[in-house]
Design a protein around this ligand. Structure first.
Ligand code: SF4
Length: 694
């Protein structure tokens, strides 16, 4: 006898929210999901979960889901429901027309870090083999692209160095520009457990995040720096480490280029990088800088965890390089409990980068100019691949405004809400002749779409996600796609409509192709994952059980590379009109732009985006807690309520970006990282003034 609500069977799958990659048992009754139970054997979460993974799945059956394809001639026209055949034939015909009329480079696409590795691989394949250009980019552009660049330059591979289990051997944890309690809750719990056992903690953040002081935990040092000065702080830590002889000479001599180290040491030793000089620039007391540097260098196993507070700056790549320098200088690489650990935001940011979603890289981070790599894919795909990098997302939008970029295929990404400088994004989208959005809901970007292709949830498909520790986790289909097709099937059908002869009958075959073409994945297959559970890449004949820790005996690039990190102030300046600095973040119970969490009716979410403002700044403006305020920058303005708190310093305000009503990205500017174009979300000069509300 089956009682109402009692599950009949369960399927183990992977959470589709953050980069921790927790495993769950989806307990099912027929096609109905009864509950998500954290899986005790999950290698990333070991039976733990957070509120999002456990409860926030109601969006999968929400009435807002679009289940039928739709097209319209002009964005002012109403949508018209059509068959899948008509939608895909129309899309293919439009893309071909545009290329015939404006040239091969006039279209491109964006992959999704929410989708599986297999789906991401197929989108970049469609663009390279079907569109015949390299105009593919990913939402990682706006979050962790500087991680790819910085760690690639210094260590030779664009990924974190450790596994999450490594936290159990940490003696000193350094959190820079991340808020694990809200952004990566299950990892935060593991770190807090280690801290309660006596590990030390250094937090580098403009805001007093929960980890600075919460139940039974207090950071030993909180470097509450002025937003935009990460590079100066990281370089000053290097100054103390070198000038006080705290570096690990044996490690550096054996594992790194000694001449480059000496050059870096000479650079950081300069008086302008001293703690005293840095205090004036960053607001961090010199003694705090000294104490933190000494603790990290001499406190035992030192592990650095960082997030978007590092990458989303005009010098995001420079800070990643600076962090890599510190870990090498102190010998904190290549063993449990140490390393450089980017905390990835979305569930498959790591995977979408691994799968060749960048316009300059084929799968496995191999540059398109590399003849041998192109040869592998050209032979398999039967096409010639350009050796020139394609356009990044901001370049696509610029080219659209200029009139040379006319069509885009966007899978699982809402660039109008999530990318900076909303006005520019909408101008770019409005200038295109064919915008194709594939998503669960009519998102903000779909306001500019000519074709809408319904997307599928993680519950409706097979595949893999790769989490922040490079762990390849299986995603297993627990119910039929409500729209008729999983996302990978839609991409395959679009490819067929464009004349490509693709015949994958299951995502496992896509993974087989990835393994055959990508040395770091060569032993990965669905059968192998069934056998061993999950695995961290590289996973090949040399390391069949994968690589929990990287750079153990040597760096992937050979010798670790020290690079100077010159601080350059952002062009975004405060002044009389915009006297405060805005920085942004997220809260535990919402996820990014909230498309899923706001549509989860099995949990009641009360939070709204609020502006945190220091009591001093609030008083100067006559504000009381909960008042409506107008938040304005050079780029735009919005209205939200104020929370008065000393979590932020005087002169700094903070908000989240989960609600479309707030549209925090109307405020953010188009400044971006010098190396990767990752937007500078974390520093915007703003004015805050009383308001009567929206
Ligand atoms: Fe999902 Fe991340 Fe929460 Fe784990 S920590 S349940 S992966 S949102």
């Amino acid at each position: 006898v089956i009682r109402i609500g009692q599950p009949e069977h369960s399927v183990v799958t992977t959470c589709a929210y953050c980069g921790v990659g927790c495993s769950f048992k989806a307990e099912m009754r027929g096609e109905e999901l009864v509950r998500m139970v954290p899986w005790k054997d999950g290698q990333a979460n070991r039976g733990h979960s957070c509120v999002k993974g456990r409860f926030a799945y109601g969006y999968s059956t929400h009435r807002d889901r679009i289940l039928n394809p739709m097209i319209r001639e002009k964005i002012s026209d109403p949508w018209r429901e059509v068959s899948w055949e008509e939608a895909l034939a129309h899309t293919a015909s439009e893309f071909r027309r545009i290329q015939y009329q404006y040239g091969r480079e006039s279209i491109g696409g964006i992959t999704s870090s929410r989708c599986t590795n297999e789906e991401t691989y197929l989108v970049q394949k469609l663009i390279r083999a079907g569109f015949r250009n390299n105009n593919v980019d990913t939402c990682a552009r706006v979050c962790h692209s500087p991680t790819g660049y910085g760690l690639g330059q210094t260590y030779g591979t664009s990924a974190g160095t450790q596994n999450f289990d490594s936290v159990e051997d940490v003696d000193v944890a350094v959190i820079i520009g991340a808020n694990p309690t809200d952004g990566h809750p299950v990892f935060a719990s593991r770190l807090k457990k280690r801290l309660r056992q006596g590990a030390k903690l250094i937090v580098i953040d403009p805001r007093r995040i929960d980890m600075v002081k919460s139940a039974h935990i207090a950071a030993d040092y909180h470097l509450q720096l002025r937003p935009g000065t990460n590079v100066a702080v990281v370089t000053a830590l290097g100054h103390v480490i070198v000038s006080e002889g705290l570096y690990d000479e044996a490690f550096v001599r054996s594992r790194c280029d000694w001449d480059e180290f000496q050059d870096w040491a000479e650079f950081v030793s300069d008086e302008r990088h001293s703690p005293e000089a840095t205090e004036a620039l960053t607001g961090v007391p010199a003694e705090t800088l000294r104490g933190a540097a000494r603790l990290y260098a001499r406190g035992g196993n030192g592990a650095i965890y960082y997030g978007l507070g590092v990458t989303e700056h005009s010098q995001g790549s420079t800070t990643v390089i600076g962090i890599a320098n510190l870990a090498m200088a102190t010998g904190n690489i290549g063993r449990p409990g140490v390393g450089v650990n980017p905390l990835r935001g979305q569930n498959n940011v790591q995977g979408s980068c691994d799968m060749g979603s960048f316009p300059h890289e084929l799968p496995g981070y191999r540059h398109v100019s590399d003849d041998a790599t192109r040869d592998i894919f050209e032979k398999l795909w039967g096409v010639e691949i350009s050796d020139e990098p394609g356009l990044r997302i901001p370049n696509m939008l610029d080219a659209a405004v200029d009139g040379s970029f006319k069509g885009i295929y966007i899978q699982g990404e809402d660039i109008l809400q999530s990318d900076p400088d909303t006005k520019h994004v909408s101008a770019g989208l409005a200038a295109m002749e064919c915008v194709v959005v594939q998503d669960l809901f009519l998102n903000e970007t779909a306001n500019y779409a000519h074709v809408f292709l319904p997307g599928s949830t993680f519950l409706e498909k097979d595949g893999t996600f790769t989490n922040a520790e490079r762990r390849i986790n299986r995603v297993r289909r627990v119910m039929s796609p409500k729209n008729g097709y999983a996302d990978w099937e839609v991409t395959q059908n679009l490819a067929k409509a464009m004349g490509l002869d693709w015949n994958y009958s299951h995502p496992s075959q896509i993974m087989d192709e990835i393994a055959a073409t990508t040395p770091t994945f060569s032993k990965v297959s669905y059968a192998y994952l069934e056998e061993i559970g999950s695995v961290q890449w590289p996973c090949n004949e040399k390391v069949p059980l994968g690589s929990p820790i990287m750079h153990v005996d040597g760096f992937v690039r050979g010798k670790g590379k020290f690079i100077r990190t010159e601080y350059v102030a952002t062009d975004e300046k405060t002044g009389p009109r915009f006297p405060l600095l805005l920085t942004t973040g997220r809260i535990l119970s919402q996820y990014n732009v909230g498309a899923q969490t706001r549509r989860t009716e099995n949990v009641v979410w009360h939070e709204e985006d609020r502006l945190e403002i220091h009591p001093h700044d609030a008083e100067n403006r006559g504000l009381r807690d909960g008042d409506w305020v107008r938040l304005a920058s050079r780029a735009g303005e919005t209205t939200l309520r104020a929370t008065i708190t000393d979590r932020v310093s005087p002169g700094v305000v903070y908000t989240t970006f989960h609600h479309p009503d707030t549209q925090a990205n109307v405020i953010t500017t188009d400044f971006s990282d010098w190396a990767t174009n990752c937007p500078e979300y974390k520093v915007t000069a703003v004015q805050v003034s009383p308001s009567n509300g929206p």
